[in-house]
Design a protein around this ligand. Structure first.
Ligand SMILES: CC(C)=CCC/C(C)=C(\C)COP(=O)(O)OP(=O)(O)O
Ligand code: MG
Length: 426
């Protein structure tokens, strides 16, 4: 109900979008337009991480972002095109071919990406390694090869082609490295174990969501954040992130990380008792132990904000869950042989399908490909429906950012032959 004397906000949205609320859309529209036109965040970049002078930043190729993926079957991702005239008429570009030595999963539904800008990849790789070694003492010398082989620079450039600067990419890269450090060192094969995992994760979570307590106990907690590599890296990565993010973006990230830690705990609990969950139970765990915290920072890394009220809409939440699930099942497919070779029994979707549905290893794997493809198609159709129902610039750019992240994530898995290989099922 409008206040007396005030005329109601006029919305150009279809009636179907009425449930988003004119107050939210009115504000979101202005934020989005401003953000889309002036990409860099208003948050100041701290002096110690300022861009080096006078090296010029490579100009990001915004073509893929405006245009979206261009391969067969990518029409559903052309969100802006379906609801509004494009900002510029993009040139028609052929779908890029995957590199010759890339891994190919027959029947997998995915979109090829434009090769990430090699200048950005090199610069980001150099800076992230400096951060890992000099600022957080992340790993002993003998792990250097694994750090390089992870190729976080290539990963983040592929996933965030609209980042306005290398420093924006560093925000994503530090978090990616820190998230993997926690997984490797607390949960998996670099000293991790389900035993005591809850306590370790809880304490590390306070590097993201700080303790507020009395003067007597606060200093001891603050010291604890420097005691191991996972906590050092979470603490530092979060410090940079909150300088770049708005408070609601930081809060969104903390929530997504709490979800992630809950997923780690369920995975650890099942490993401890050697329990194989039902397929749907596994999918629940993997929705939490999930890449979700990475695509959901796409607006911070892009230098704009999807307003909290729009992020919280159930339709947006469904799109984000589907996108995260598609990304994560891609990992289950590409990491299948790595996980078979690791000590103990590592759960992934093909393994759980084979066990719970009495399938051969091969049929379990092939069914997991189908589950992935269904998730991808649901993500794309729900994202397109949301874009049509709520064609606010920040929503469209965010949905495009998530879709590009999904594609970049696939590209990184497909091309990371240092880390992954495929089973001989075809
Ligand atoms: C980057 C991030 C938020 C990671 C969270 C959880 C995670 C490590 C994954 C979803 C990847 O799965 P997994 O642990 O199976 O990774 P690898 O197969 O070892 O590459
Ligand atoms: Mg895996």
């Amino acid at each position: 109900m409008p206040e007396p004397g005030l005329s109601p906000l006029q919305s150009s949205l279809p009636t179907a979008a009425a449930h988003f609320g004119a107050h939210v859309l009115g504000r979101a529209g202005s934020v989005g337009v401003e953000a889309a036109d002036a990409a860099p965040s208003t948050a100041p970049v701290p002096a110690e991480v300022a861009e080096p002078e006078p090296a010029p930043e490579p100009v990001p190729d915004l073509g893929p972002v405006l245009r979206g993926p261009s391969g067969l079957g990518t029409a559903a991702l052309s969100l802006a095109r379906s609801v509004a005239p494009p900002v510029v008429e993009p040139p028609v570009v052929a779908a890029p071919a995957a590199p010759a030595d890339a891994l190919h999963i027959p029947g997998l539904y995915y979109h090829p990406v434009v090769e990430p800008d090699p200048v950005r990849v090199e610069e980001l790789s150099r800076r992230i390694k400096d951060w890992a070694m000099d600022e957080v003492q992340l790993y002993p010398e003998e792990w250097e090869g694994q750090f390089d082989g992870f190729s976080v620079g290539k990963y983040m450039v592929a996933c965030h082609p609209d980042a306005p600067s290398i420093e924006h990419l560093m925000v994503a890269a530090r978090l990616m490295v820190a998230e993997n450090a926690v997984d490797d060192c607390y949960c998996e094969d670099h000293g991790g174990s389900p035993v005591g995992l809850g306590g370790r994760l809880l304490l590390a979570h306070t590097a993201l969501d700080p303790l507020h307590t009395t003067a007597e106990y606060q200093p001891r907690w603050a010291e604890s954040l420097h005691e191991d590599a996972p906590r050092r890296s979470y603490r530092s990565a979060m410090e940079y992130f909150v300088r770049q993010a708005t408070p609601s973006q930081a809060d969104r990230f903390r929530h997504d990380m709490a979800r992630l830690h809950l997923g780690y705990l369920a995975e650890g609990a099942w490993a401890e008792t050697d329990h194989t969950p039902e397929v749907w139970e596994y999918l629940v765990m993997r929705q939490f132990n999930n890449f979700r915290p990475c695509p959901t920072i796409t607006d911070t890394v892009g230098g704009y904000e999807l307003p909290a009220d729009l992020h919280a809409q159930p339709a947006m939440q469904r799109v984000l869950a589907l996108a995260g699930n598609a990304c994560t099942i891609v990992n289950d497919l590409y990491s299948y042989t790595k996980e078979l070779a690791s000590p103990g029994r590592h759960l992934n979707l093909p393994v759980v399908l084979a066990d719970r549905e009495n399938l051969s290893d091969q049929d379990g794997y092939l069914k997991a490909v189908e589950v992935h493809n269904d998730l991808m198609r649901d993500f794309e159709s729900e994202a397109a429906a949301l874009a049509a129902a709520c064609p606010v610039p920040s929503v469209l750019r965010f949905l495009r950012g998530v879709a590009v992240w999904v594609d970049g994530n696939h590209y990184w898995h497909q091309t990371n032959t240092f880390r992954y290989s495929l089973p001989d099922f075809w």
